[in-house]
Design a protein around this ligand. Structure first.
Ligand code: ADP
Ligand code: MG
Length: 561
């Protein structure tokens, strides 16, 4: 630390480049500081540093971070604690950590192994114009930073940390229970589903929200290790239809299930909502590109005689994009599709009797989802949870029907089946090609060109955009990618896979397996700053990585021979 002070004194008022002299490792009384990367000028992206603290100094109970899910919860809590200390000590304009939101994701912001905890920070080194402000820098690095670490790590809110870790045990147990019961999801009584607004992920004020209460017929009680007994709605495998009047909370329930693939913090309202982690939200996405996808289970005989078992387009329609999104999710290994009428193509969802009479089957290329949803479950074991307020024809294919009425769920399966029996639908079931869930598509190396000018450039812009060389990948319809740090990690993964593995010998599914295997002990592997500072990544699922690859407009796929 003394050495760092002296260097900063020496380079005070020199040109910005002289900051390079503080690259390296400095020992402080309670941690080591690695200055890994020094920004080239005051306007470049900030410098990168790691604070390394040995467990021998920190004295935290091993139990808190030893196992997989606890490690994620532990590091998540430490990242929150550092973020809070930075704000409270008014250092958040100069020192940054990739701060978690409502979800608890595996992140690279804080890493903890059996020897040490490492906190990854970005730091704006102070300057006036391009002149080093050595005194301020010294204050920042040798006073503020140690004081933040003191508060955030050595004086961490131990009660809060233990609760956070205990919650992760309960969430783990709840997921195990849902799997054991061969179910899709669990929504605990008392959960708060609605959010503050469409763009705000925090819960609606409890005074204004109606909390969830399971219908008796669908209720189950689970015994969690810390919480104890908890009652909620257990959604069984199969075809689950959610009905109800407009504005009665259907989409809100489906959105909560979409997010149930992630764990949520205490107080979020969704801490005890879990969904099968392979669940994929499926929606229409007209305009997207499609590369060599077999959508023939849904769509056949297009008017321009385009092949649909190797469907290719730069500009998909509502129905072809929705069909593509389903087939691609199956290809990546999804076991549960989540569909909302609000974001679906009507002609993909349903075609009623009258329309069948007017437009004869040989003139209609689409086999609507209603005619495939049972096959998907019975032949492929893929379940569906679907919101349809507009048509009762879905009663025929449903295993369960839940009605949302003034934000409360009711089991109306029996009633719906009676109605279906009384008023038989005259619809004719459409027959079409069988599903082939195992895909043989192999991405080719030429798809991935990271060059932009003389350099390679692969990066993320916010949550919805990846820049890959000269290409832009649009993820705005990939709703379960929820954090910009996930998007960054997806960008890194694409580049990583392209460099090492994409050569026309691996199917997309195999590439996703490789991603999971190679990052099984952490996402640092993906970073270009490996061993130094990859502090701004959060783990994406294989489905979101597949979604990004599938939306690359230069994608070229061959079929395995
Ligand atoms: P639907 O899909 O049935 O038309 P939404 O799910 O979009 O209805 O909900 C309509 C509105 O009601 C939204 O503004 C939503 O935030 C709010 N809302 C949903 N569930 C609840 C609830 N449990 N308590 C209070 N407000 C809710
Ligand atoms: Mg809706």
């Amino acid at each position: 630390m003394k050495q760092l002070k002296e260097t900063l004194q020496r380079i005070d008022r020199k040109g910005y480049k002289a900051y390079n002299d503080i690259r390296g490792t400095f020992t402080f009384p309670s941690f080591r500081l690695h200055m890994d990367h020094i920004q080239a000028d005051p306007y470049a992206s900030p410098s990168r540093a790691r604070v390394e603290i040995n467990h021998r100094q920190l004295h935290m109970d091993k139990d808190l971070y030893e196992s997989g899910h606890r490690n994620v919860a532990f590091t998540d809590y430490v990242a929150r604690s550092v973020g809070k200390a930075l704000r409270q000590q008014k250092a958040e304009k100069s020192i940054f950590i990739d701060r978690p939101g409502q979800e608890i994701l595996e992140r690279t912001a804080v890493v903890c192994d059996m020897e040490k905890v490492e906190v990854r920070l970005s730091i704006h080194l102070p300057a006036r114009g391009r002149t080093i402000m050595g005194v301020q820098a010294s204050k920042l690095l040798t006073e503020q930073l140690p004081s933040v670490i003191e508060q955030a790590l050595y004086n961490i809110d131990m009660e809060g940390l233990k609760k956070h870790v205990a919650l992760s045990d309960d969430q783990q147990a709840l997921r195990a229970y849902v799997e054991e019961r061969d179910a899709l999801a669990f929504v605990a009584d008392g959960s708060i589903l609605p959010r503050v607004s469409g763009v705000e992920n925090r819960p609606l004020d409890p005074d204004r929200a109606i909390s969830f209460a399971s219908p008796e017929t669908m209720a189950a009680t689970v015994s969690l290790p810390h919480f104890g007994d908890i009652r909620g709605m257990l959604i069984p495998k199969g075809v689950h239809v959610i009905v109800g009047g407009g504005y009665h909370g259907k989409s809100t329930l489906l959105e909560a299930l979409e997010r149930g693939i992630y764990n949520h913090i205490d107080g979020d309202g969704r801490a005890y909502i879990v969904t099968d982690t392979s669940a994929c939200k499926i929606r229409a996405e007209d305009g997207r590109g499609v590369t060599n996808v077999n959508i023939s289970p849904f769509i056949d005989d297009l008017p321009n005689e385009k092949s649909t078992d190797r469907f290719q387009t730069d500009n998909a329609s509502g129905s072809t994009s929705q069909a593509t999104n389903i087939i691609e999710s199956l290809e990546a290994g999804s076991r549960l599709l989540l569909i909302d009428e609000d974001t679906s193509a009507t002609n993909f969802m349903i075609r009623d009797y009258r329309m069948q009479q007017l437009v004869s089957p040989d003139k209609e290329p689409i086999t609507p989802f209603i005619d495939r949803v049972r096959d998907l479950y019975e032949e492929e074991g893929v379940s569906t949870i679907i919101v349809v307020g507009g048509t009762g024809d879905y009663f025929d294919v449903a295993d369960t029907v839940t009605m949302m009425d003034a934000y409360r769920p009711y089991d109306v399966t029996g009633k719906a089946k009676d109605i279906a029996e009384e008023a038989r639908s005259q619809r004719i079931t459409h027959e079409s090609a069988p599903f082939s869930v195992t895909s043989t598509r192999q991405p080719l190396a030429k798809s991935f060109d990271a060059r932009r000018g003389k350099k390679e450039k692969v990066d993320a812009r916010g949550k919805h955009t990846i820049l890959y060389g000269k290409e832009t990948i649009d993820l705005s319809a990939v709703e379960q990618c929820i954090d910009p740090s996930q998007t960054r990690a997806i960008a890194r993964t694409l580049h990583y896979l392209a460099k090492k593995y994409v050569n026309g010998n691996y199917t997309l599914g195999e590439l996703l397996d490789i991603y999971e295997r190679e990052t099984s002990s952490g996402l640092d592997e993906l970073s270009p700053f490996k061993g130094k500072h990859p502090g701004d990544l959060a783990r994406p699922r294989r489905f979101e990585i597949a979604a990004a690859i599938n939306r690359l407009r230069t994608l070229s796929m061959q079929h395995e021979r």
